[in-house]
Ligand binder design. Structure first.
Ligand code: SF4
Length: 163
């Protein structure tokens, strides 16, 4: 299976992609190969839900209700979670609140990029990694940005049960 096929396979699953304090580097990495149809799958397909402070397509307070009621999804987090809640909030909730709520029903949690793993370059100003906030099992793909191929391999593996 080549990279584009593997990415499409992963993106067909129910994924909630939370973009917290981030430069969108991991999203860009996932899309940079220009695999046909992948940008559409990432931004517009119903299995993939993107929560982002800057995305117009799949974000908004109305959508948050649906997202928070979802079941059986893989939670992917890009970007750091700030200690200062004023720096990251969406739809009336802080990023840490959204993260904790979504973690309750996730079939797996994957932190992509060093900011999500340990705060990365944002740690200096109070950014935390997902595992520090949740205190539960988090699969991690470090790197700034994280490698696209490693991210896809990790997501595929976790969807297969983390083996
Ligand atoms: S790890 Fe690097 S590429 Fe990813 S969100 Fe942080 S600064 Fe951006």
């Amino acid at each position: 299976m080549d990279y584009c096929q593997a990415l499409k396979e992963v993106l067909k699953h129910n994924i909630i992609w939370l973009e917290a304090q981030s430069c969108s580097g991991e999203t860009i990495m996932m899309l940079k190969e220009g695999c046909e149809g992948v940008d559409d799958l990432f931004f517009h397909s119903s299995p993939v839900k993107l929560i982002s402070m800057i995305s117009e397509e799949k974000s908004g307070p109305d959508m948050m209700k649906d997202i928070l009621n979802s079941d059986n999804y893989l939670l992917v987090v890009e970007g750091a979670i700030p200690k200062d809640d004023k720096l990251c909030n969406f739809g009336g909730m802080t990023c840490s609140e959204i993260l904790k709520k979504l973690s309750e029903k996730a079939i797996g949690i994957v932190a992509v990029g060093s900011c999500a793993v340990n705060g990365g370059i944002i740690r200096e100003v109070g950014g935390l990694g997902v595992g520090e906030v949740l205190k539960k099992k988090v699969y991690e793909v470090p790197g700034c940005p994280a490698s696209d191929k490693t991210m896809v391999a990790m997501l595929y593996s976790v969807l297969q049960g983390g083996k």
